[in-house]
Design a protein around this ligand. Structure first.
Ligand code: BG6
Length: 469
């Protein structure tokens, strides 16, 4: 591994900060979710006082960031992936002037990271947006959201360009068609042609991404800016050539986005792909030119699982949440996590190779990790050998991709370094961290931090640049 390899951890503002009504913050789409993406979005888009919202406290990073960054330093990380909460900067999204208190909070976080010698990697939009933009415009399906996002992104680039070298415009953009409210603020329950809104929303995100990327390249040419997908590539069900076609089609649900990020234009199959979904894209004159100027410096992806194509072989209109995300067909060669996600380290090497073969630009693995029910023992230790095992197997495949296959990877940030709220279930007890946070899903606990066994293990991996796994 190169000596500059960015080993680190990844988080997101909405899942860790809490303090949902402090510092002038507005209400975000994440703030109204009490069961994660499972219920898509609550009736009337409102907050129900009788319910407990894990997102409102997160892991309390907003108040404990200094302690957390000190622990990260102790673990030896070189890179901390985090996101900025749009609603801390523009509470409703539509204001002319940003909220100085929100900007000042991130100044303090970046200064603390710098003090500890840790490089920030900032996601501009990670699974949240001002709720107001959803209520007023229906989220990303409305073209005006592009302008609001670009204003927000320019504000934070202008403010933080000297403190943050690495940027990602959107988290897992391809998941706008899997979890449309969470990833795009889309309200599509009961709609006949849901995909029309999903892919129109995706087009607006792609244009917004390209405008911001071009702005960053023009104003701050030293910064590196990328975009991200959930890198869930598929296997064919059998050697039947027809199944290989299904696989190709399934992978295009991901490549459709990465092709635009890297090549700056929609791929050759875009028309047939959209036609099959009965989507008629509303483009404006000049959109293609905008996309052409928005090519990324690196391609970021998260890696958790693989799928078997097709995702929904019987066209079942009522897929469960897991089926919608993971697909219905089971892979007999793979085991699953406690939440039913398949564990496929070799699939990770495949994804790295497939993306690099296709694009030949640096990749950044911005998420990978195991959600599990950890136990805090009497002696305040957490024996997460299953997490060590999971990460070891994945990092081993990462090393093979880099050292044997010649894939260019800039860094690897494990999800999530410290326990935080789960995006799909809103549980904090679906734990991913190397640092345990003493909260349960009802807010009981001290919020205190404890090092898990995987803390010392990951520290050694980083110290030895991946030699000692
Ligand atoms: C990624 C998201 O898809 O998966 C994160 O970018 C998310 O926000 C992570 O937390 C793990 O998923 P979950 O649902 O287990 O939290």
């Amino acid at each position: 591994m190169k000596s500059t390899f960015l080993w680190g951890v990844a988080t997101a503002a909405n899942q860790c900060e809490g303090a949902w009504q402090e510092g002038g913050k507005g209400i975000s789409t994440a703030d109204i979710l009490y069961d994660g993406t499972a219920g898509e979005y609550p009736e009337n888009l409102k907050i129900y006082p009788e319910r407990y919202y894990t997102y409102h406290t997160g892991n309390d990073f907003y108040h404990r960031y200094k302690e957390d960054i000190a622990l990260m330093k102790e673990m030896g990380i070189k890179c901390f992936r985090m996101s900025i909460a749009w609603t801390r900067i523009y509470p409703k999204g539509i204001e002319d002037k940003p909220n100085e208190e929100g900007l000042a909070f991130y100044d303090r976080v970046f200064d603390e990271l710098k003090k500890q010698g840790i490089e920030p990697l900032v996601t501009i939009s990670h699974y949240e947006m001002p709720l107001y933009l959803v209520q007023a415009y229906g989220g990303w399906k409305h073209r005006c959201v592009i302008d609001h996002y670009v204003k927000y992104a320019k504000t934070i680039l202008d403010r933080f360009h000297e403190k943050v070298n690495y940027w990602i415009t959107f988290n897992e953009m391809n998941f706008i068609s899997t979890i449309p409210f969470c990833a795009g603020g889309l309200l599509i329950r009961g709609k006949d042609n849901k995909e029309q809104d999903m892919f129109q929303g995706a087009h607006h995100q792609l244009v917004a991404h390209a405008l911001v990327t071009a702005y960053s390249h023009g104003s701050y040419p030293d910064l590196k800016i990328g975009c991200m997908v959930c890198g869930t590539l598929a296997y064919a069900q059998t050697p039947n050539p027809q199944d290989a076609l299904e696989q190709l089609e399934c992978d295009r649900e991901t490549y459709y986005y990465t092709d635009v990020f890297v090549r700056g234009r929609y791929p050759n199959y875009a028309d047939s792909f959209l036609k099959k979904k009965q989507v008629v894209l509303q483009k404006q004159e000049g959109d293609d030119e905008i996309l052409a100027k928005g090519k990324v410096d690196f391609l970021a992806f998260s890696y958790y699982f693989t799928r078997i194509a097709p995702i929904n072989p019987d066209n079942d209109p009522d897929l469960t949440d897991n089926e919608r995300m993971l697909g219905k067909l089971e892979n007999p060669y793979l085991q699953r996590t406690q939440w039913g996600w398949v564990i496929d380290p070799v699939g990770f090497r495949l994804a790295l190779n497939k993306f690099y073969d296709r694009y030949q630009i640096p990749l950044f693995v911005t998420e990978n990790g195991l959600g599990a029910r950890d136990v805090l023992c009497e002696d305040k230790r957490i024996h997460d050998d299953y997490r060590i095992d999971y990460l070891r197997q994945h990092i081993r495949e990462l090393k093979k991709a880099v050292e044997i296959d010649g894939v260019d990877v800039m860094g690897y940030t494990s999800w999530s370094g410290i326990d935080l709220v789960s995006a799909t279930t809103a549980q904090i007890t679906k734990r991913y961290g190397h640092i345990y946070v003493d909260y349960d899903d009802q807010g009981n606990g001290t919020g205190n931090r404890f090092k898990k066994d995987s803390f010392a293990w990951y520290k050694r991996v980083i110290e030895t640049n991946g030699e000692q796994l």
